[in-house]
Every structure is written in C-alpha cells, then in structure tokens.
Design a protein around this ligand. Structure first.
Ligand code: WT7
Length: 567
C-alpha cells in the first residue's frame, strides 16, 4: 500500500494542517526550511543516516550524513554572515550540481537570506538580467563559472561578493572575489537558524515570460508544507528509500524536489553531476539501489531511444516509484516504462509559480497514459472558458487551467513586479497559462501553452529573450523566434532573421549566430535552426507575427491573416 492509500479518501476532507502536524509546525511559530531539512532530522535520531550520495562525471564520489549536512550548512551560514550578508539579502547559487550547491541552499536559509539559484550553463547576459533584477548581493560559484560573473561586474554595483567554493587559495583573488572551502572551514557545530516565519521569503526562481525580461518568482518558507506532503503522497517516499531526482536546482524541480522535499523527509538522496547517458543512468540506479526516481519526459524519451536491450544489462529491480515532470509525457513513454521497468512513470504537473505538484497521477490510482491525472488534495483546479473565466459546465472542452489560490508553496509575487503578478489572476483563479481538458472521470489532459513560450526538453525559453539577444549580433537586422517540433525535446528553438546590408547568409554565419546565443544566453536558448529571410511577416502596425512562422513549422493552419502586411 502506498503512502497516500486512497486518493478519493484523502482528497475529500484534506487540509494542509495534515502536513503541518506531521512536520510538528505550529502556525505563528518560526519555520526555517534549513533547520527542517537538517537539524530536525538529526534531532529525531537520524543524524548518522546518509543524506547525500554524490557522484561526478569524472568518477569522484562523496557521501554526507544528516549530521554533516547540518554542520556544513551551519558553517556556510556563519561564513555568509561573516561577509556582512544580512537576512533577506539575495544570494545567488551559480554552480554545477556539486555538494556545495545543496548544502549552500540550506546555509542561505539558515542565515535568513533569499536564495537565488541560477542554472550554471547560463551565459553572461542571462545571468546579468537576473542578478540585476534581484539586486543580488553575492554569487556563490565555481572557478570555471566565475569569469561569466566578472564579465558583468561593472554593471552590477550591488554585487559585493563572488564566493568561489573551489579556489585553491594560492592563485591571487580578483576584485570582489572571496575564497571559501566547505571542507577546510572551521566546522560550526551549533547555530541558531534565523527565526523566519511561514511568510518569510526563502527563494527566488527566475522564469521566462512571453514579453519582457524573466520574472523572479518569490517563494516563502511555508512552501515546505506542500513540498513535503506532495513528495510523500505522489513520489511515495518512505524512510528506507533511496531517492534520485535528476533535475538541476537551477530550476524549481531541483530545489522543491531535489533538495527541500527529500531532506525534510529525512531520506537518502543521490545526485549525479554529469550529462545524460543511458548507460551511466542505469548504472547509477543499479549501484545505489534507487527506489524512487523523479525525472523528465525528454530524459525518458532519450532512454527509449537507447533501446530495450541496454536495460537488460542492469539490475534495476530496486525501482519502486517513477515520476516525471516538466513537459507533456507522451502515452508511449508511459507504456514503454511499464514494459521495460515494470513500472509506469507517473506524470506530474506544476510550475515555478506553483512551487509544488498541482495535478498528478498517484501510486494507487488508475493511470490513463497521456493524462496528467487529478489535482492534489487541497488543490482546486479546473478548466476555464477563456472568454468568461468560468469553469465549463460540461466535460471534455479545452480551456485554460485555473487553480484556486492559497496553497502553501504558491508564489507570493514576482520580484519587483506586482503588476504582472496581479495579471495572473482572473475571476478568483490563478491562471497557469496552460490549456487542457478534463474528462468524465476528472482526469486532466494537457493540450499546450496559451502563450509563445518554448518548452524545450522541460525548460522554458522566452522567444523575446532570444530575439533581443539576436538583435545584438552585428549582422542581424530583425528576428523572430518560434518553436519547432523535435522527437526528443518535443520543441526546440528556431530563429528567422533578416540581415543588415552588407551581410550575406552562409553556413559560417549560421554557426556563428548559434554560438553567439549559446554563450550569451544558454545552450537551451540556442537556435537549432536559423532561416535567413528577406522579410518577416508583420502586422500593419509593424509587429512580427510569430504565430504564422510557428504554424508553418508545425504544419498547422495559419488562421486569420487579415492584419498581415506583406503576404
Ligand atoms: C510549465 C512550467 C514543473 C517543473 C518544471 C517546469 C509545462 C510542466 C508538465 C506536464 C505538460 C507540463 C507547463 C507548465 N509542464 N509539467 N506534466 N505536462 N506540461 O517548471 O519552467 O515553470 O514550467 O511546464 O507548460 O506551465 P516551469
């Protein structure tokens, strides 16, 4: 029997006080995620249990007990305080998936800072807009990523420290650099965590918008309540489990379910800091006897592509619970996983803004491959008529997914952008921006996004950001960016550009532009294909019509072109 047991029974009269009681949290009392994820586990007699098993691509391996995580996050917190960093200062984590990232997050929470995790593959421009927007005080990073921070230092007067966690102490430190070694620092055995309350801000995750720069989604310490409960009931994590979340903490899944949820449950979690390889992944599962595995559709499709034969080379019998998030999980992937692993991946749905799983499948509930399942207990989700923002009276109609506000992990605002935050609500519903339908049995079926944002391999990319970056290339006059279908990543970035006089299309220029975007933004945002055009379709008012370009890529009807200028 799973942790949740009967979904219907749990849904009926659920309140979040169920989770509050399990976590012994009393409303009005302090709540610090850093304390919950380490000190509390130790206080419950599990200090010697393994908290983290870490492996890198080069074969390096480390393990940490809960006592280690408690002590080292204290050490981190004291070091940050020593630099003069104060509660509510924004402190960015800009690292690969190394132990310092995981332990550093708790360290920031413990001294009351607001953690701002950023994907380590981000280029200087992606980094700049986010650090500038958050007015970040310090960046914690590695030697290899520090040059990207230094490049933009002059434009960031508020950024006081670049903390380098792998500095050998020998090479001279550059402007605003400070070296910190978790291994060499004096261990701090006891530390009074900052007495944050439920509504104290904890984390800023940046997410791409359709127009304008990325938005900083503000989360608070109370998010723990829903992250803990969903991990218990959806991911079905139990005390003796070995858990592996493949997500990077630069994104919400990697913090909510790759750090906070597992450690608040006191479970052993494994981290692999390496790129994708089917062989390496299966080996990792076999070696560590992984029981619960939380991954993403693109990875699952890549595993499918690697074939069934390779699966047989490994003993994967430890696997008990599989789940997926971030993009549509196609029915074939569900059926395939059931065949080769003997377990179906449960499709789960949420967003950076929702902070925790909203609509999902459950261990003991019938799976309909291709469906995202049903709302989590305590979550009221529905499909709204896009004209009236009222729930449809009949089932099966496609509309907008709306969720009644008020669950613990919901974003509290967009950083410095209350106006955009307010626009996310209609008729009392939080609007996810996704389209879906609900069937007669209450299962949700994802249809697509209601905006131009590109979801490539589970990562959102804003066409606006890529278009703006393209315009900074000396050869480019105009740009339009849309998605294009892809068998593994579902969608990839495709750019249409017109060139300035004096430039001619060539394979070299094509490559040069791709690299330009990869370096400036990230490998995810890099166009996989560039089409050089003489003109881009525009409305009479001069707005480039992405819709037309996108429809062509997807072989869809172009629709209404009555406002088109140059057809
Ligand atoms: C968007 C949120 C959730 C953590 C990682 C992404 C899409 C998410 C699913 C799913 C279809 C999904 C939605 C959503 N999405 N999960 N199970 N099926 N689409 O967080 O970067 O904020 O992206 O990802 O479009 O709005 P995010």
């Amino acid at each position: 029997m799973s942790n949740i047991g009967s979904y219907e029974e749990r849904y009926k009269d659920f309140t979040w006080s169920v989770a509050e009681k399990e976590l012994e949290f009393q409303p009005g009392k302090p709540l610090n995620i850093g304390w919950y994820c380490s000190d509390r586990i130790c206080a419950r007699g599990k200090g010697d249990k393994t908290a983290l098993v870490w492996e890198s691509a080069s074969g390096a391996a480390k393990t940490y007990t809960y006592h280690d995580v408690r002590r080292l996050s204290n050490t981190f917190a004291v070091f940050l305080q020593g630099l003069g960093l104060k509660p509510q200062d924004r402190i960015c984590l800009f690292m690969d998936k190394i132990p310092e990232l995981y332990i550093g997050l708790l360290g920031i929470f413990k001294m009351g800072g607001i953690a701002q995790p950023l994907f380590s593959a981000f280029g200087d421009e992606s980094l700049f807009v986010r650090l500038d927007n958050a007015q970040t005080s310090a960046v914690i990073t590695q030697k290899k990523h520090a040059p990207k921070v230094r490049k933009i230092l002059d434009k960031l007067p508020n950024l006081k420290h670049i903390i380098i966690v792998d500095h050998d102490g020998k090479a001279p430190l550059k402007d605003r650099d400070v070296a910190f070694s978790l291994e060499k620092a004096d261990p701090v055995e006891t530390f009074d965590a900052y007495p944050s309350e439920a509504e104290t801000p904890s984390l800023l995750h940046y997410t791409s918008g359709t127009t304008g720069q990325p938005k900083g989604v503000k989360h608070v310490h109370y998010s723990l309540i829903s992250q803990y409960m969903t991990a218990r009931w959806v991911l079905d994590i139990r005390d003796d489990d070995i858990y592996w979340c493949t997500a990077d903490p630069g994104w919400v899944t990697g913090t909510s379910y790759g750090i906070i949820a597992p450690w608040s449950l006191g479970v052993t979690q494994c981290v692999m800091d390496a790129g994708f390889s089917a062989e390496a992944w299966y080996k990792f599962i076999e070696k560590h006897r992984i029981t619960n595995w939380y991954s993403a559709p693109t990875a699952i499709r890549s595993l499918m592509k690697a074939g069934d034969e390779i699966v047989k080379k490994f003993d994967l019998s430890s696997l008990r619970q599989l789940a997926s998030v971030g993009e549509p999980l196609n029915p074939e992937a569900v059926i395939w996983s059931e065949r080769v692993f003997g377990k179906a991946f449960l499709d789960t749905y949420f967003q950076t803004e929702t902070g925790s799983i909203m609509i999902t499948n459950y261990p003991d509930m019938k799976i309909k491959p291709g469906s995202m399942g049903k709302p989590f207990p305590g979550i009221r989700a529905t499909v709204l008529d896009p004209k009236t923002y009222e729930p449809y009276a009949e089932t099966g109609k496609i509309g907008l997914i709306g969720i009644r506000p008020g669950w613990p992990a919901m974003m509290r605002t967009y950083w410095n952008n209350e106006e955009t935050y307010r626009k996310k609500f209609q008729n009392g519903w939080y609007m996810t921006g996704d389209r879906a339908s609900i069937d007669k049995e209450g299962y949700f079926w994802f249809v697509g996004r209601d905006d131009d944002i590109i979801n490539t391999g589970g990562h959102l990319v804003s066409p606006f950001e890529v278009e703006s970056a393209l315009l900074e290339h000396p050869a480019i006059a105009e740009s339009a960016v849309v998605s294009k279908p892809d068998p593994i990543n579902m969608e990839v970035v495709k750019a249409f550009v017109t060139l300035k006089p004096g430039f001619t299309p060539s394979a070299d220029l094509d490559l040069e532009i791709m690299n330009f975007i990869r370096k400036k933004l990230s490998p995810l945002a890099m166009p996989q294909e560039i089409t050089f055009s003489d003109a881009l379709p525009k409305t009479r008012s001069g707005k480039i019509m992405r819709r037309i370009l996108k429809a062509k890529e997807w072989g869809e009807e172009i629709g209404d072109t009555s406002t088109l200028e140059n057809d």
